[in-house]
Design a protein around this ligand. Structure first.
Ligand SMILES: Cc1cc2nc3c(=O)[nH]c(=O)nc-3n(C[C@H](O)[C@H](O)[C@H](O)COP(=O)(O)OP(=O)(O)OC[C@H]3O[C@@H](n4cnc5c(N)ncnc54)[C@H](O)[C@@H]3O)c2cc1C
Ligand code: FES
Length: 294
């Protein structure tokens, strides 16, 4: 990848915007400069520094699998200065991207294994790229189980796509499970009536508790709010997953994204990690060795 670690922002045009929830939009981008298009490659789990001149920059995961040169998707939640400004943009407007940065998920290492993807809320964004990659290279992976925890039906991201997998995933050897926090949510309740073994009220950990998963020949890939990791990892290790079988993608305050500014450093003298450069994907084993990583 020639643009790797380049600090030069590339101009991108918004070709489509999908309103996913009240706070999240899916942006379809196209790179403008045809000379850079062919050199722009990304892998699942990598992120970009997305900027609007005069406003600022924010790290955002790429949430699709690379199919076409120079095209990509970002799912962005409006939380502050930069993301609110991005949400005000319209189809045809332009923004700037640096990257892709970070190590991404070890898709080659995980080949010929079963995949267990566990996401909470917006954490599904980087895991969607893992799922899409595994589906695109379907014969290279074993069974795929997705466990997705949401607050309620209206906060479910990529709803149409995932409901299709919920109903028809078996044809692709994909089991899609949903946990919802709001026990009064009628639409989620209806899904649980459709498949009580695949949709249940509770936290995402309930799906792990109620499903017969084994660590044999399996990698677990986890992404969600910080509090989720502790409980998910506990459930997985109780089921016999080793720390090296659990991959997690971590968020930190970032500035440069390339290991220069030190904003994302974590750990102590024994083990220091730059989350932007050594991560954002780490194993649970890395987390055990690096203070403050999880
Ligand atoms: C590797 C990586 C991948 C990410 N991928 C996505 C993505 O795909 N989609 C998406 O919407 N967001 C993603 N984020 C989070 C996003 O970068 C932050 O929310 C970012 O700060 C938003 O910028 P802002 O200027 O809009 O918000 P700010 O004005 O900077 O902050 C708004 C609020 O968010 C809090 N905050 C800011 N950054 C973080 C952080 N890293 N962790 C926890 N709290 C934070 C602040 O404390 C504040 O309360 C990712 C972050 C990282 C590090
Ligand atoms: S964000 Fe600058 S070193 Fe990681």
């Amino acid at each position: 990848m020639t643009v790797k670690n380049s600090l030069t922002p590339l101009e991108a045009q918004i070709t489509r915007i999908e309103e996913m929830t009240s706070i999240e939009k899916l942006f379809y981008l196209k790179l403008i400069d045809l000379n850079t298009v062919k050199e722009f490659h990304y892998t699942p789990g990598q992120f970009l520094e997305v900027s609007i001149p005069g406003v600022g920059e924010a790290p955002i995961s790429i949430c699709d699998v690379q199919r076409e040169h120079g095209r990509l998707q970002l799912c962005i939640r409006k939380v502050g200065r930069v993301t609110n400004a991005i949400h005000r943009l319209k189809k045809g407007d332009r923004l700037w991207i640096r990257g892709p940065y970070g190590n991404g998920f070890p898709m080659n290492l995980m080949e010929n294994h079963d995949l267990l993807l566990i996401a909470g809320g917006l954490g599904i964004a980087p895991l969607r790229s893992v799922l899409q990659y595994a589906l695109l290279h379907r014969n290279s992976y074993g069974s795929i189980t997705v466990m997705y925890g949401v607050k309620c039906y209206s906060m479910m991201l990529f709803r149409e796509e995932f409901l299709k997998l919920f109903r028809e995933g078996d044809k692709l050897n994909v089991k899609f499970l949903l946990a919802y926090e709001d026990s009064d949510d009628f639409q989620c309740y209806q899904l649980s009536c459709e498949r009580s073994d695949r949709c249940m009220s509770g936290l995402v950990t309930k799906l792990i508790e109620s499903t017969a998963i084994t660590p044999d020949n399996t990698y677990a890939v986890v992404c969600g709010p910080p509090i989720m990791y502790k409980f998910v990892v506990k459930e997985l290790t109780q089921r016999g997953f080793t720390p090296a079988q659990i991959y997690m993608t971590m968020e930190r305050r970032m500035k440069c994204g390339v290991g220069k500014c030190g904003h994302c450093i974590t750990g102590s003298s024994n083990s220091i990690k730059y989350v932007c450069k050594d991560g954002p994907v780490f194993t649970y084993w890395d987390a055990l060795k690096t203070r403050g990583l999880m």
